[in-house]
Design a protein around this ligand. Structure first.
Ligand code: NAD
Ligand code: GLY
Length: 361
């Protein structure tokens, strides 16, 4: 199977790229899972579409496959749902040799991974991402966890999967709004890592929007490749990996303050739009280029502004970001398309102005 290997200081695992689920058993067999028990964690939208095919395939290897389904959406991404997973695992006598599979978007992946990281002090888990966002970003790199109240992803762990199995055909059933949300992370990779990739997205926007198979495969693989490289160099987010959170500092604040009514990718789009203002003011990126990027986001039906929020509240919320160090904010700023700087040398005025550019009355 076509694959990329993710190699960190502590783990080495493949990301498989396919267009069906028929290679799942082979992938599980390679991990030595013959005869083990499996719990597939999925949400109420994804399970009815894919769980049967996936469990049929994985039953060729695992001796017992159980399915645990939660209500779809970010509002489920909390410790209450995790508690239900623990109950399910205990009731069904899962043990240290058992395995968890995440089948779904980033919410399923982050939560199933967190349950795996903590149940019996850690059991194996595999990622079977079905949303664009999960295929290009969240299933790779081992960040797992949940939200806590209005605070995004503040409870969690670094816990790598044993493999990631990407079936790009799942894009066929993904709702349009969710596809767009995933495009925010795809565009993010272009801005932070590669002008060539950014240009590819911009030039092939129509094909991508029309779900052209080759274009989709190309962007998904390219994003995984970029993420695998960054995670390989900085698994625990102490340096370079922070660039993957481009647009997320303000994005996460908006996401929490809007009580998870907006999708994660939509908030990232708003956050990227805000920090572009800093790049323009500092003379890193022309106003024209920033306008082009915002226009590309809007082409994919992504918001670049948000209503109903106060600038002061957004600013205060930023201090709950995981990158805050000794009460100092840290930002990732694009210094050109395809390149970023990470800096704490940023004034309140700069940040407030950036926030102001994305707030509507
Ligand atoms: P999600 O998991 O809620 O999935 C989006 C929606 O699409 C859900 O309603 C889901 O049921 C549905 N869906 C998914 N795949 C489908 C398919 N093929 N067909 C039909 N419906 C489908 O959200 P998401 O956008 O995938 O992920 C967002 C989450 O990922 C956020 O919680 C975010 O914090 C997290 N995230 C984590 C990382 C990481 O590194 N761990 C990175 C980025 C984002
Ligand atoms: N999505 C941010 C990261 O994985 O580091």
């Amino acid at each position: 199977m076509d694959n990329i290997i993710v190699e960190t200081g502590t783990a080495l695992y493949p990301i498989y790229f396919t267009d069906d689920f028929s290679g799942l058993a082979e992938a599980a067999e390679k991990c030595g899972y013959k005869g083990r028990k499996l719990c597939v964690i999925s949400d109420g939208n994804v399970a009815p579409i894919y769980v049967k095919t996936v469990t049929n395939e994985l039953s060729k290897v695992f001796s017992d496959v159980k399915v645990c389904v939660f209500d779809a959406g970010e509002k489920s991404k909390n410790l209450d749902t995790i508690r239900k997973f623990y109950d399910f695992l205990l009731e069904n006598k899962f043990d240290r040799k058992s395995v968890i599979a995440a089948l779904g978007g980033g919410v399923a992946g982050d939560m199933a991974g967190f349950a795996a990281a903590t149940f019996m002090r850690g059991i194996d888990f595999i990622q079977i991402p079905t949303s664009l966002l999960a295929q290009v970003d969240s299933s790779v790199g081992g960040k797992v966890g949940v939200d806590y109240g209005v605070y995004k992803n503040v409870v969690g762990a670094f816990y790598q999967p044993q493999f990631v199995y990407i079936n790009t055909a799942t894009m066929d059933t993904l709702p349009e709004r969710e596809f767009s949300a995933g495009m925010a992370e795809v565009i993010k990779y272009g801005i932070i890592q590669s002008e060539e990739f950014y240009n590819y997205i911009s030039e092939n926007r129509e094909k991508i929007k029309a779900l052209d198979k080759d274009a989709l495969k190309y962007i998904i693989r390219a994003c995984c490749d970029m993420k695998a490289c960054v995670v390989g160099r900085d698994e625990h987010d102490t340096g370079e990996r922070e660039v993957l959170n481009y647009g997320h500092t303000i994005g996460h604040a908006v996401e929490g303050l809007k009580e998870f009514e907006l999708l994660h990718g939509e908030c990232v789009s708003i956050g990227m739009s805000a920090v572009l203002n800093i790049s323009v003011n500092r003379g890193y990126i022309s106003a024209e280029k920033a306008g082009e990027i915002r226009e590309l986001l809007r082409y994919f039906s992504l918001p670049t502004t948000v209503s109903g929020l106060e600038a002061d509240a957004v600013y205060e919320q930023l201090f709950h970001d995981k990158k805050v160090n000794s009460n100092k904010l840290k930002f990732v700023i694009a210094d050109s398309v395809g390149s970023t700087i990470r800096t704490s040398d940023i004034s309140k005025d700069e940040v407030m102005e950036a926030i102001g550019t994305v707030l509507e009355d």
